[in-house]
Design a binder for this molecule. Structure first.
Ligand code: SF4
Length: 326
């Protein structure tokens, strides 16, 4: 695809056309200076649908380690020796304090994240409901609690949960290489159920697990089919002790190109660059927005530290972008 064709495709997307799988695969194989054309075209789509707003979200690691799943990248899996901190569900007050800190960092969304396959007990569910009530309604309350039952999701909704996060991690065709302890379909069903129950859905994955370029496109089309609202794009930050320990991080331009393709495939959705931003993009972090992202994570990740919040906010201001309010 040449420069003219890339920009023409972007204009078609702006006027409502959709990009097909084959065209998206052609785009993700672009190399050299055409990649910069692709980023500029994705930026044009982002500006059209998202203006100059950047959405920030923060997370708290509310329950860490000892997970019975074997996700090959995850420092919290009990299958690997990673020295990750291990603790049970933290008290509602501690979760609410973390949310308060997130508000101070201009975060519009706050997510309670727990390790494990699912919420383990009635006591845990009750504690999570209390935490949601304590956080209050002046920010978007999100949770990432694994595979869910319908009744539990309804209880959390009553307590104020607005958005449910559940990653697919990777493409369906690559998932057996990443996790063998549960089925891709279980993840898909949780996202479908959350959507049916009226939650906003936040669902993405991790890039750089060894998937092919076409499998990155495949995941984007699965997310399109599921019609999720926000797509967290994580980039592998290999954790010592996991199966991914020796993997190289995604190259910065490769990562930017992938963000751009996601903007082409999912033009109206929130594309949130999440874990691994610092190690993947290094000095090119500010280009994630020029590549089509309209949000990112502020504060620390589950097991690793993030960029200082002040520096991130300054970067957004320097780009002439504005933090979106709740
Ligand atoms: S990604 Fe989630 S489900 Fe998989 S091992 Fe880590 S905590 Fe468990």
């Amino acid at each position: 695809m040449n420069s003219k064709e890339i920009f023409e495709l972007a204009e078609k997307i702006i006027s409502g056309e959709e990009v097909g799988y084959k065209a998206a695969c052609d785009l993700i194989r672009l190399e050299g200076s055409r990649v910069y054309d692709l980023l500029a075209a994705a930026n044009r789509i982002r500006e059209h649908f998202k203006g100059n707003k950047v959405s920030l979200c923060s997370i708290v690691n509310a329950k860490s380690g000892r997970c019975p799943e074997d996700c090959s990248f995850c420092g919290q899996s009990a299958f690997y020796n990673t020295n990750a901190t291990e603790y049970g569900l933290i008290e509602p007050e501690v979760i609410a304090d973390a949310a308060e800190k997130a508000k101070g960092m201009k975060s519009r969304e706050f997510s309670i994240v727990t390790s494990g396959t699912r919420v383990e007990s009635e006591k845990e569910l009750e504690q999570l409901c209390q935490a949601l009530q304590k956080i209050g309604s002046d920010m978007e309350r999100c949770a990432s609690l694994g595979i869910m039952e319908r009744d539990s999701l309804l209880r959390l909704k009553e307590a104020g949960l607005e958005s449910y996060h559940h990653n697919l991690e990777t493409a369906r065709s690559f998932f057996p290489n990443i996790c063998t302890t549960h089925d891709y379909e279980e993840d898909v069903n949780t996202v479908r159920m959350a959507k049916e129950l009226g939650f906003k859905t936040c669902c993405g994955g991790i890039l750089g697990l060894g998937e092919s370029l076409e499998q990155r496109v495949e995941m984007a089309f699965t997310l399109k089919d599921l019609d999720v609202d926000s797509i967290p794009m994580n980039f592998l930050n290999p954790i010592k002790g996991t199966k991914m320990e020796g993997m190289k991080t995604v190259q910065p331009l490769d990562g930017l190109k992938t963000i751009a393709i996601y903007r082409f495939i999912l033009p109206k959705k929130n594309i949130i660059v999440s874990g691994g931003r610092e190690v993947t993009f290094r000095d090119l972090q500010s280009m994630i927005f020029m590549a089509g992202a309209n949000g990112t994570l502020i504060g620390n990740y589950l097991l690793t530290k993030g960029r200082k919040p002040d520096e991130l906010l300054q970067m957004i201001e320097d780009l002439g972008l504005e933090v979106e309010n709740y």
